[in-house]
Design a binder for this molecule. Structure first.
Ligand code: SF4
Ligand code: SF4
Ligand code: SF4
Length: 582
């Protein structure tokens, strides 16, 4: 048992483990000490505890100077005061100094209303008559990618992004360069992010407290398409969006808003409102077929899921020698786009050139992915625009629509039908569970009575389970977060571990914790609530296996032909490219 120490915080006695920080001890008794650079990613086994911003300073009896609560350990008999005039003045001064070198663009900043610096200034009552003015830093902005923008002028050098990118994702893309006023957080040699090994997972954006790192916003392009009478605009929504969108409208995390979201999309003017879950079911038919093909024909195992574009880019950069193990299936929204511009166009007599496919995703990497040349057919990109959950909420606000007041409506058909298997794509472990529900029945010709593979669920960083199918044990692996993915692939490469099938999602918790969701700021409990909602949505579905999706099966009969066959390969599969290692 770890030793405890006794101390007082604002006169209140408290007993806490001896290695705790003052900040954690204060929070354990409900005392709020403001922070800026601090980011507790405890469940992801990382913490940004650099103590650089000095916003959390507190007074400790007997200490000559104020101490940062985030990185000062408690000690026996310590007497801490968090809100003395000296501590409050020091905090205010620090924030005023930060503001003296920060652009005052709050009204038009992407992070307006979600910015920690803005909130801190408001909480500390900093409103006018700033004491410090002077020259402001001016750095080059980076608009090189389709997914992420960098504006170093808004950076407060808190290093939260660095911790996320380097410790959690192990991508090592961004860190501090230069010195003094010239310091910025940038890729090596200040290369544009597009030329770096960035996976566009967006986790740095999810934790950046200011507008220094933001998504590339596609809302204007989508409005333009909607308002163009010559365009037929089809929208699809990923499973994780429906359990997080409500947060943007004040609902509890994990509130399921599927029907309201459909009503919202219709009122925004989209011609058809479809479901990426339909394409997730289609992905399972192809992926399970590919898995069975590999098992029965001595193909390479393990098979790796390929529906996460950040994960795909990660292995292209980091594991070029293992490019033959990922499934060749396109991600579900790309499959949807390919089907929309071929099957759907043909069936309903629409010129594919006039079709605009918009994907509403929890994801920034999908913005990048939609520009990959190989994700096109007949000279048309499968997906035209990707907007995030946040951008959809932005469109709603712009149109004066409040999700809360909208009725429940159903998706359009035939590309709106889905099963519970398609829904669980939104959380870690869901894709492989969905694939197993189908592979089991196809391999055994027996009905699968219990569809939940609970041994694959949860938030364990690397999970492993043996699943018995027809008398044979299959070893299944699941990892979320790219650092865990790296550990798993290194174990495969060295021969230390063998698996038959593996699911990897780049974001913590899978897409529910995606970089395009309402900002999670490292709050794993919030991500967990969204995941629980995903499983509730699955449970409520009348059909829970992808091969029970009648519209998907009809698609094969009417258009695609054989599963994993020639036409399916042409439209639904892709290939990978070796990319720069550094
Ligand atoms: S998007 Fe992901 S990989 Fe790229 S810099 Fe941010 S955290 Fe790192
Ligand atoms: S880019 Fe954002 S998260 Fe990174 S150091 Fe700057 S302010 Fe902090
Ligand atoms: S886990 Fe989901 S949200 Fe995150 S990068 Fe992958 S596909 Fe996008």
């Amino acid at each position: 048992m770890s030793k405890t120490v006794s101390l007082t915080i604002n006169g209140q006695s408290v007993n806490v483990p001896e290695n705790m920080t003052i900040l954690a001890a204060a929070r354990s008794i409900g005392v709020n000490v403001p922070t800026l650079c601090h980011l507790d990613l405890h469940e992801l086994k990382a913490v940004n505890q650099v103590g650089v911003c000095r916003v959390c300073v507190v007074e400790v009896a007997g200490a000559r100077s104020l101490v940062p609560a985030c990185c000062t350990p408690v000690s026996e008999g310590m007497a801490v005061k968090t809100n003395t005039p000296r501590a409050v003045l020091a905090r205010r001064t620090t924030v005023e100094l930060l503001l003296s070198d920060h652009p005052f663009e709050c009204l038009t900043c992407e992070k307006n209303r979600s910015c920690d610096l803005q909130k801190l200034a408001a909480d500390l009552g900093i409103q006018e008559d700033l004491r410090f003015t002077g020259q402001k830093s001016s750095h080059e902005k980076d608009h090189s990618s389709r997914a992420i923008k960098r504006n170093p002028d808004k950076c407060v050098l808190c290093r939260r992004c660095e911790t996320m990118c380097n410790q959690v994702q192990t991508c090592g893309v961004i860190s501090a360069v230069n010195r003094g006023f010239n310091t910025t957080i940038a890729p090596a040699f200040e290369k544009p992010i597009q030329e770096s090994t960035c996976t566009f997972c967006g986790q740095c954006v999810a934790v950046c407290p200011t507008g220094a790192l933001t998504e590339v916003n596609n809302v204007r392009n989508v409005w333009q398409a909607i308002n163009d009478p010559d365009k037929y605009v089809m929208v699809q929504t990923a499973p994780a969006v429906r359990v997080a969108l409500g947060e943007e409208f004040g609902m509890e995390p994990g509130t399921i808003v599927t029907g309201k979201m459909v009503a919202l999309l219709r009122r925004l003017g989209f011609d058809k409102v479809f479901d990426t879950d339909f394409a997730a079911d289609l992905t399972i038919i192809e992926e399970a077929s590919e898995m069975i093909h590999r098992i029965q024909h001595g193909g390479t195992l393990p098979i790796l899921t390929s529906c996460c574009p950040a994960w795909v880019k990660f292995f292209e950069h980091q594991f070029p020698d293992l490019l033959d193990i990922p499934s060749t299936c396109k991600s579900p929204h790309e499959m949807f786009g390919a089907i929309a511009k071929t099957f759907y166009a043909e069936k309903f007599g629409i010129d594919p050139q006039k079709i605009v496919v918009v994907s509403v995703m929890p994801c920034l990497a999908k913005k990048y992915e939609s520009g990959r040349e190989e994700l096109s057919n007949n000279g048309l990109q499968n997906v035209d625009y990707v907007i995030t959950t946040r951008e959809l909420a932005m469109m709603a606000r712009e149109a004066g629509l409040n999700l809360v007041n909208l009725p429940d409506e159903d998706f359009d058909h035939p590309l709106g039908e889905s099963t519970g298997a398609g829904v669980i794509f939104g959380t870690t472990g869901g894709v492989i569970e969905a694939a197993l529900r189908t592979a089991y029945e196809w391999l055994t010709n027996q009905p699968l009575e219990k569809v939940e593979f609970t041994q694959l669920r949860g938030f364990g960083q690397i999970r492993e389970a043996k699943v018995n199918i027809g008398g044979k044990d299959f070893t299944i692996g699941v990892a979320h977060g790219l650092g865990n993915a790296r550990r798993m692939l290194e174990a495969i490469r060295s021969g230390e571990k063998t698996y038959d099938a593996i699911e990897i999602m780049a974001c913590p918790g899978g897409c529910v914790g995606g970089g395009g969701q309402p900002y999670h700021h490292g709050n794993v409990n919030l991500i967990r609530k969204r995941a629980e909602a995903i499983y509730r949505e699955d449970q409520g579905k009348p059909k829970r296996k992808s091969h029970e999706n009648k519209d998907v099966m009809k698609l094969y009969e009417e258009f695609l032909g054989e599963k994993y066959g020639e036409k399916a390969h042409e439209l639904l599969h892709t290939h990978y490219t070796i990319r720069n290692r550094y």
